[in-house]
Design a protein around this ligand. Structure first.
Ligand code: NAD
Length: 396
């Protein structure tokens, strides 16, 4: 049984939206935290966001008894010098930008300058932990810990190994994950046995974008307005916003970069389509730049959902997620589907595909086969476990 009682000092590297969220919950769990970034104004903004977040928690009466925002903030330090910031720490969360060369370099510096027992947990969305750790002197102590936004509300953290990670490092990551509070209840800290870029949630969420890309390019050729695609999606009331609005909301470049990464790791079928590529090339990145599929310059766009295009099916997205979930089972990344559904619900608030999948797998397998025929996107071919329904017996 591993002991984490000696872990007291934590560094969080990267003071962006994920970094300050992770730092906040680590502080709430009682750790001493140093928040690190490359510029003073960024770390200061991170500290301000942590304080703001803590005040909201305090207003809800959810701080532990006897704690106050000021005594929690007293355990929080800041730094713009990574080398010295990690000198005396026991555990590091890395939440820097999703660029592999930066992540590898940050990992190398952290492992060269922290004590030998220190573990580094990368919050990468797409990269292999093995690759992030490959230039460092202690790859056995590097793990992946993938949180969801906002960290304080989404109760899941996925914990994954790289090829050289020890069982002990993985166990410590899982236990630390469980220590970090969440406003909706106990944090689900999921141990993923085998390396899987994208962990569980992003493995399921990204393949449907292959289909979305294809729909976008078809719509563009036929002159169909984007709002009609969103109308197709929202007609089923399964999702809070249509895929075009959601892509704008999250950042068109974020989707584009994830696809570029998956294109390299998994299949050329993930290659961003013409519409997405053009939006990125033109700098129309959605909400943050004011323009993407929609015009956001005066706030949330008014989208007319009265007319549907009839070319986008949310059911196809569910079928694709079921197929990807079955692949995770086939690849022994998880041993049962319950954990996949639990991660989806607690991490993303989207119900997992296995409930409806049990009733619809035959129909959905046929839908995927048809789609592969017309699109040539072989990555979406239904796997044997989905087609046979064999997954139904693999709940745990
Ligand atoms: P962000 O752009 O908000 O923040 C990244 C921060 O890293 C920036 O403040 C940047 O200045 C800093 N940084 C860059 N180089 C650095 C260096 N060498 N040393 C220290 N800091 C450095 O990004 P984010 O959304 O917080 O994402 C961070 C990580 O978390 C990424 O790997 C991302 O894929 C992952 N992630 C994001 C989400 C999400 O929904 N945003 C969810 C899960 C995981």
């Amino acid at each position: 049984m591993v002991d984490i009682s000696n872990i007291k000092n934590i560094a969080v590297v990267g003071a962006g939206v994920m970094g300050y969220g992770i730092a906040q919950v680590a502080l709430m769990a009682g750790y001493n935290v140093t928040l690190v970034d490359i510029k003073d104004d960024i770390v200061n903004n991170g500290l301000a966001k942590i304080e703001e977040g803590l005040k909201k928690v305090e207003a809800k009466g959810k701080l532990v008894e006897g704690a106050s925002v000021s005594n929690i903030m007293a355990r929080c330090k800041k730094s713009i010098d990574l080398t010295s910031a990690v000198k005396g720490v026991d555990f590091v969360f890395e939440a820097v930008v999703e660029k592999i060369e930066i992540k590898k370099n940050v990992c190398k510096i952290i492992m060269e300058n922290s004590p030998p027992h220190c573990i580094l947990a990368s919050n990468t969305s797409t990269f292999r932990i093995t690759e992030i750790a490959e230039d460092s002197n202690r790859p056995e102590k590097v793990i992946g810990m993938h949180f969801f936004l906002p960290v304080i509300l989404q109760c899941c953290v996925e914990v994954m190994r790289g090829e050289k990670t020890t069982e002990e490092a993985l166990d410590i990551g899982v236990l630390i994950g469980k220590m970090l509070p969440c406003l909706k209840g106990k944090r689900l800290s999921v141990r993923i046995q085998k390396e899987s870029p994208g962990f569980i949630a992003n493995r399921l969420l990204t393949p449907p974008i292959i289909y979305f890309n294809w729909v976008l390019d078809q719509a563009f050729e036929k002159g169909i307005p984007w709002e009609q695609i969103d109308a197709d999606a929202e007609a089923r009331k399964l999702v809070p916003m249509g895929p075009c609005e959601l892509t704008d909301y999250l950042g068109v470049d974020t989707t584009y970069n994830v696809l570029k990464s998956y294109e390299k790791i998994f299949s050329p079928d993930f290659s961003p389509g013409k519409v997405l590529t053009n939006l990125v090339m033109e700098g129309n990145l959605g909400r943050k730049t004011g323009r993407g599929f929609y015009n956001w310059t005066s706030g949330k766009p008014k989208i007319n959902l009265n007319r549907k295009a009839g070319i986008y099916s949310p059911e196809m997205s569910m079928a694709i997620m079921l197929n990807e979930g079955c692949k995770l089972l086939e690849e022994s990344i998880v041993s049962g589907y319950k954990i996949i559904d639990d991660v989806m619900l607690t991490g993303t608030s989207i119900p997992g595909p296995f409930g409806p999948g049990k009733r619809n797998y035959e129909k959905w397998s046929k839908m995927l086969e048809e789609f592969v025929k017309i699109s040539g996107k072989k990555y979406l071919k239904p796997c044997a476990l989905m087609k046979s329904g064999g997954f139904i017996k693999m709940r745990r």
